[in-house]
Design a protein around this ligand. Structure first.
Ligand code: HEM
Length: 157
């Protein structure tokens, strides 16, 4: 397995950790906010793990970006590459939307940390992380994505 294949594999697997942590944290934040619950250590840990796993996914993504033959094609022929949906998606759309989602998570996490009350912390996480979920689900390749069809779980290259 070469470096590109390895990166594609870990980018595909870590996506599950990043997305599942995001779903769990967001669900608990909505429950906490609407149910007026106390913001516990568990919530702080989950919030940090979610932001961290998503940052890791972005780092893998950036390294992969400079190894991908699709992106290399775009760099060699920008005009022609943009005409090919998969090349335009991975070269421009996927990276842009995912970086915006990571920014939303980072800002949301930082604002929540400084929240004056437990309700404000939950509310910040619920709103910011829900926006991030929408962006990530829109730009995540999968068998049901209208933009880039890729496997749910890459088992081999
Ligand atoms: C939460 C953020 C992200 C998620 C959930 C995500 C998810 C995915 C998934 C599921 C794939 C398909 C993997 C496969 O074919 O098995 C993929 C491919 C890819 N991702 Fe991401 N990604 C994220 C962020 C990024 C970022 C920020 C970049 C670039 C800086 C990036 C660059 C790429 C590239 C270049 C490919 C395809 C490479 C190829 O097929 O040659 N990703 N991503």
């Amino acid at each position: 397995m070469n470096f590109y294949a390895f990166l594609l594999l870990i980018h595909s697997w870590n996506r599950w950790l990043a997305v599942l942590a995001l779903f769990a944290t967001t669900l608990l934040a909505w429950q906490g906010w609407l149910g007026n619950k106390p913001y516990t250590k568990r919530d702080t840990m989950l919030r940090g793990a979610t932001v961290g796993l998503n940052h890791l996914q972005i780092i893998f993504g950036f390294v992969l970006y400079f190894q991908s033959p699709l992106v290399e094609y775009l760099r060699s022929d920008m005009q022609g590459g943009l005409q090919i949906p998969e090349v335009a998606f991975f070269g421009v759309v996927h990276i842009s939307v995912m970086v915006i989602a990571a920014l939303v998570l980072t800002v949301g996490g930082a604002v929540a940390r400084r929240g004056a009350t437990d309700a404000k912390k939950f509310r910040t996480v619920a709103i910011f992380f829900t926006i991030a979920i929408v962006l990530i689900l829109l730009a995540m390749p999968s068998p049901v994505s209208p933009f880039a069809e890729r496997p749910w779980m890459r088992l081999q290259f």
